[in-house]
Design a protein around this ligand. Structure first.
Ligand SMILES: Cc1ncc(COP(=O)(O)O)c(C=O)c1O
Length: 365
């Protein structure tokens, strides 16, 4: 059976209705009018300088501590290329963002997976691994509204991670594309802002607050390390996409970014509310930590539930999501990730009904 309209709970992207198309068009017009030479030339590997300066100010670092890239995926690809060699130990969270996990494994890194808790990575499990002799080069941490787990790293754990990075001399990679999308609870400081000794490299992105198609993200961190990534960027592509970055710069400087963030946050809050209510009503077996922001809800189903089978049955009913196993090196068979960012609120009830029906079919009741 295939249902007429398919609903995707799989993609961590904003739906078109919450993208500020008119403000983007106006920003492009102004950028091309004001600075055609900057927008249309190769430019520098650091990125479009007005945007680099805007990011530096926002993150309270010097401009030479910023590299603006084609999406934050490009940013971490450069960072990994500079720092990680075959056989190096890299700490990741379990579960973690599937693409960074894949990138690290393809580079031949020895991945040390540390479990996530409701308030972020289990720092004491990490401390034990370090005491037991693990010597990572890098630890990858997604602090806010985690992809895929939805959780947020507590302040205490942020402090502890910096302490561990200092004590055991590894780079703490703070991967933070969702930071601006908090719709409940208190904003926490970035580890970049807390770092006194140059241990933190920070990445963020305009994909989740403006639109992913613009492909603009960045790294911010110690000037020397950023200098190395800039060299790599020069030899890779001379410079990133200046047209896109000039539009984003204008979008940011004009304040359109703040309106866009509000629009996205309001939509996310509403979508999550509808999602949680629908799950409680139709799939009470689902266990989850309600996120305080961001795009994702992680669901654990009862032990022994075959989520791969549910995914097949849900696909036949016209709803797709990502299986938990895709974010882990082992386990996750009874878990799944739902992205509520890409689906208008009025479709979420229907999506959950289909998911719940697929669950009942899979367990044979
Ligand atoms: C944790 C995390 N890091 C990085 C990215 C990549 O984002 P970008 O579109 O900026 O390349 C994503 C996108 O989903 C993400 O969830």
């Amino acid at each position: 059976m295939t249902t007429a309209t398919s609903i995707s709970l799989a993609r961590g992207a904003p739906s078109l209705d919450i993208i500020a198309v008119d403000d983007l068009r106006a920003a492009a017009d102004r950028a091309f009018e004001k600075d055609p030479a900057g927008a249309f030339s190769y430019g520098t590997s650091a990125g479009y300088m007005p945007l680099v300066r805007w990011i530096a100010e926002r993150q309270d670092v010097a401009p030479d501590q910023v590299l603006a890239t084609n999406g934050s995926m490009q940013a971490y690809a450069f960072l990994f290329q500079v720092l990680v060699e075959q056989g190096d130990v890299v700490v990741v969270e379990a579960p973690t963002y599937d693409r960074t996990l894949l990138a690290l494994r393809q580079m031949g890194a020895e991945v040390l997976a540390i479990p996530l808790e409701a308030d972020g990575i289990d720092v004491e499990a990490l401390a034990q691994a370090l005491e037991g002799g693990a010597r990572p080069k890098l630890a990858h941490v997604i602090p806010n509204f985690h992809n895929p787990a939805g959780c947020t790293l507590s302040l205490k754990k942020r402090e502890r991670l910096i302490e561990l990075a200092e004590q055991y001399d590894f780079v703490l990679f703070e991967d933070d594309p969702y930071v601006e999308l908090r719709f409940a609870g208190e904003q926490l400081p970035t580890m970049l802002s807390m770092d006194q000794n140059g241990k933190v490299v920070y990445a963020s992105s305009f994909s989740k607050t403006v639109c992913p198609g613009i492909r603009v993200g960045y790294l911010a961190g110690p000037a020397e390390l950023i200098g190395q990534t800039r060299k790599l960027a020069t030899s890779t592509y001379i410079s990133p996409n200046m047209v896109a970055q000039s539009i984003v710069a204008e979008f940011c400087e004009s304040g359109a970014i703040d309106r866009s963030i509000e629009t996205v946050k309001n939509a996310l809050r509403e979508r999550l509310d509808v999602l949680c209510q629908a799950l409680e009503a139709e799939l009470p077996e689902a266990e989850f930590v309600v996120p305080e922001g961001g795009y994702f809800l992680w669901i654990d189903l009862p032990e022994g539930t075959d989520v791969a089978r549910i995914a097949e049955l849900a696909g036949e009913r016209g709803v797709v999501f990502v299986k938990g196993v895709d974010f882990l090196m082992e386990g996750g068979e009874n878990s799944l990730r739902i992205a509520y960012s890409g689906v208008p609120a009025d479709q979420i009830g229907e999506a959950v009904s289909r998911l719940a029906a697929a669950y009942r079919d899979a367990i044979g009741s």
